[in-house]
Design a protein around this ligand. Structure first.
Ligand code: PEP
Ligand code: MG
Length: 322
């Protein structure tokens, strides 16, 4: 099978009836770039920058971050790299920063919520990203956005940072896309409004499922509720894509669901534009998509949205796959 997949490395991801999508890789740093390229990834759909912070004993300086982003952007040879700004908090803590004590850290002070308060931290990262933007094709995305107001605030801080740099005579790419993760149900429900402001969405199903089902993604006791194929989740995904496409925006998915072969035909049929996953899953995903009729996938997706349970959705996909 490995040899069979290898021939797909340099091919595009396109259905037999001509519907083109991207399959990209998730990375935690430069060390993962080679794997994405070797497996024919069409870009990086998620660069989780929190490792830069967690592997350090201080907030990484602007120059330290600049070097890291430059390396990744350059390494990807002009393919798009979606960099997620700091997503810290929840279970991800820093030795050099004191988080408040909260009853529910996953529902608390984290990610963009922290960045909008600790603006020096946020601005430092955005400066480094803007400076690195000339070395490749950069897209920036904000994690854990719940309200349109948060997105607009984050975006306006980015605009300020960028304008400051230009005033300082620093070169900044003029085609940086600025988007957001859709991983809080409120954002998925209001996607059409968010899409007026965000250049793109990337659906974070790991958190979207956790928050939609009110089931801790780490807890084995409630893992039976962790249901990517629950029709409620599919409807949130469908609504996100519909809202984005209404405004001409593209939608990716970077949660684990994006790399699941069983979900692939449904996500394709719902109109997902980019699938981002671990490098080792890329070729399998391409193989599935390149042998799935888009028209059939659309019918399958529409059928799945009308089901009552996850089991019924799974049965529908299996009978479709024959
Ligand atoms: C997600 O929530 O689906 C996601 C991709 O982000 P993380 O797993 O880093 O929370
Ligand atoms: Mg997340």
């Amino acid at each position: 099978e490995k040899e069979e997949l290898k021939v797909l490395v340099n091919q595009e991801t396109i259905t037999p009836d001509g519907h083109k999508v991207d399959v990209a890789g998730n990375i935690g740093g430069f060390k993962d770039v080679e794997g994405v390229l070797k497996n024919g990834g069409e870009g990086v759909g998620l660069f989780r920058t929190e490792f830069l912070y967690m592997d350090s004993d201080h907030f990484p300086t602007e120059d330290e971050q600049f070097e890291a982003y430059k390396q990744v952007l350059g390494g990807m040879n002009g393919k798009r790299v979606v960099v997620r700004t700091l997503d810290i908090g929840g279970d991800k803590k820093l030795s050099y920063y004191e988080f408040p004590q909260e009853m529910n850290p996953f529902l608390g002070y984290r990610a963009i919520r922290l960045c909008l308060k600790e603006q020096d931290v946020f601005r430092t990262q955005l400066r480094a990203l803007c400076r690195a933007s000339v070395y490749g094709k950069l897209a920036i995305m904000f994690p854990m956005i719940a309200t349109v107001k948060e997105f607009r605030e984050a975006k306006s801080i980015y605009e300020e940072v960028k304008a400051d740099l230009i005033k300082e005579g620093v070169q900044v790419a003029d085609d940086i896309e600025v988007g957001m993760m859709v991983e809080i149900p409120a954002a998925a429900v209001l996607a059409d409004q968010f899409a007026k402001y965000a250049d793109f969405f990337s659906i974070g199903t790991n958190d979207l499922i956790q928050y939609s089902m009110a089931a801790d993604r780490m807890s084995e006791y409630v893992s039976y509720l962790y249901q990517p194929m629950n029709p409620s989740i599919l409807r949130l995904v469908a609504n996100t894509i519909k809202g984005a496409h209404k405004h001409g925006r593209w939608v990716g998915m970077c949660g684990a669901m994006a790399g699941d072969p069983v979900s692939a035909p449904i996500l394709l049929g719902l109109g997902l534009d980019e699938f981002s996953m671990s490098a080792t899953q890329i070729l399998k995903a391409r193989k599935i998509i390149n042998s799935t009729s888009f028209e059939k996938a659309q019918k399958l997706a529409a059928e799945c949205l009308e089901k009552d349970t996850m089991d019924e959705v799974e049965a529908t996909v299996k009978s479709y796959l024959g």
